[in-house]
Design a protein around this ligand. Structure first.
Ligand SMILES: Cc1cc2nc3c(=O)[nH]c(=O)nc-3n(C[C@H](O)[C@H](O)[C@H](O)COP(=O)(O)OP(=O)(O)OC[C@H]3O[C@@H](n4cnc5c(N)ncnc54)[C@H](O)[C@@H]3O)c2cc1C
Length: 366
């Protein structure tokens, strides 16, 4: 049987936050867009297992892609949420110094935030911290009033509705298998039975984005990269929580440290912790609770370990090795890998949700 054949200007792999945002940005330019997802519905990958925080762009090294996309993404996301009535809240965040040794580090984060354009940040002392969060123990803190929370599924849903209104096509239960770059575009084999030709192919397959490049005929091995999975488990608290803002310790090498966040139902959770895993595995492990408890105690001495329990886990896609991994997003264009029309998005971990609309804007202008 001959395969069915279709042609699109832009084909996007994966209906996560990034793939949906990128599809919408292209459709708004009047291009014929096809978004293909292997699962029966959208947002089942990294996009449904995160903290749902709208980040202000404080920590990221100046001029990094994270710094560039996060700040602009935050502005675009707040505007989009307001226009589309997506549940969100500019709830504010505290980065708390719990130890005297951390004084210089807190100052450095503050200075970095200012450099990244977060001029709304304020350094506050213990007294002011107590007023904001009476049960948090800290010596000093950074107050970030622009940090917020969003219902990430409502965000994805609103973008999908817009994508359909703009004439975009969305297909679920279809998986990309192989790619053949040709003079007329990239031919993509889907579900072993359909060939889709794309002038522009955007690989936003999240945890699968690196392994998919092995199926692109002629893709240079040097640029395939090595993906490693850093699992993060979240912990619920089966008792009243006394916080009304997001509370973070100082960041560590793997991420932002075990922090406290609220969702749009104002349910609180702690996490995510960090654990290197070999494969996509979301199993919950009670034995991780003790380490999390010790980290929480540093900023909330009244925490009672008996109330903590793991509730869900997500996986951060990192590029490199456990010791030396890339800390920035990677956007690979033709200039890098020499395959016309192909854009690979690798390592889109936090703040990918916040950055989605600005990453999409950038790629649509490529
Ligand atoms: C623990 C954790 C916490 C985070 N917290 C925050 C936060 O608070 N704020 C923030 O801004 N960001 C946060 N992030 C980052 C954010 O969640 C991600 O950057 C974002 O969700 C990535 O979306 P994506 O579309 O790239 O990936 P995904 O959501 O994984 O989407 C990729 C899609 O591709 C599909 N796919 C894969 N292979 C194929 C194929 N061959 N054919 C068809 N479809 C395919 C998958 O099924 C999947 O649906 C966090 C991330 C993690 C891991």
């Amino acid at each position: 049987m001959k395969p069915e054949k279709y042609h699109f200007d832009v084909v996007v792999i994966g209906a996560g936050i990034i793939g949906i945002a990128v599809s919408l940005a292209h459709a708004k330019k009047g291009l014929q867009v096809l978004l293909v997802e292997k699962n029966p519905t959208f947002g089942q990958g990294i996009s449904s297992r995160n903290s749902e925080v709208i980040h202000a762009g404080i920590y990221y090294p100046p001029n990094s892609l994270k710094a560039k996309f996060c700040r602009r993404g935050m502005v675009l996301l707040y505007d989009y949420c307001r226009d589309k009535m997506i549940p969100h809240k500019r709830i504010g965040k505290l980065i708390v110094q719990t130890d005297n040794h951390q004084k210089d580090d807190l100052q450095k984060i503050y200075a970095n935030g200012l450099f990244n354009g977060c001029t709304e940040l304020r350094l506050i002392d213990e007294k002011e911290l107590k007023k904001l969060e009476p049960e948090v123990k800290g010596i000093n803190a950074i107050w970030s009033p622009n940090t917020g929370i969003v219902d990430s599924h409502a965000f994805m849903n609103a973008m999908l509705i817009d994508l359909q209104k703009e004439g975009g096509t969305i297909v679920f239960n279809h998986q990309f298998e192989k790619f053949f770059p040709t003079d007329k575009g990239i031919e993509c084999l889907v579900n072993s039975s359909v060939i889709i030709t794309a002038k522009k192919l955007i690989n936003s397959a999240g945890l699968d984005s690196v392994s998919l490049t092995k199926s692109i005929i002629g893709f240079p091995e040097t640029y395939q990269g090595n993906i490693i999975f850093c699992k993060g488990t979240y912990f619920g608290y089966k008792n009243r929580l006394p916080f009304s803002h997001l509370i973070y310790p100082l960041p560590n090498n793997e991420g932002l440290g075990i922090h406290f966040t609220l969702d749009m139902n104002l349910d609180g959770k702690f996490g995510p912790d960090t654990e290197w895993v070999e494969q996509e595995d979301y199993k919950l492990d009670e034995t991780r609770t003790n380490h999390t408890f010790k980290e929480i105690k540093k900023f909330w001495p009244k925490c009672d370990c008996h109330y903590l329990r793991p509730i869900y886990a997500g996986i951060r896609p990192k590029l490199g090795t456990k010791k030396h991994f890339n800390k920035d997003f990677v956007i690979q264009t033709t200039e890098v890998h020499n395959i016309p029309g192909l854009i690979n998005l690798f390592g889109i971990e936090s703040p990918g949700l916040t950055s989605a609309l600005s990453i999409a804007e950038y790629i649509a202008n490529e």
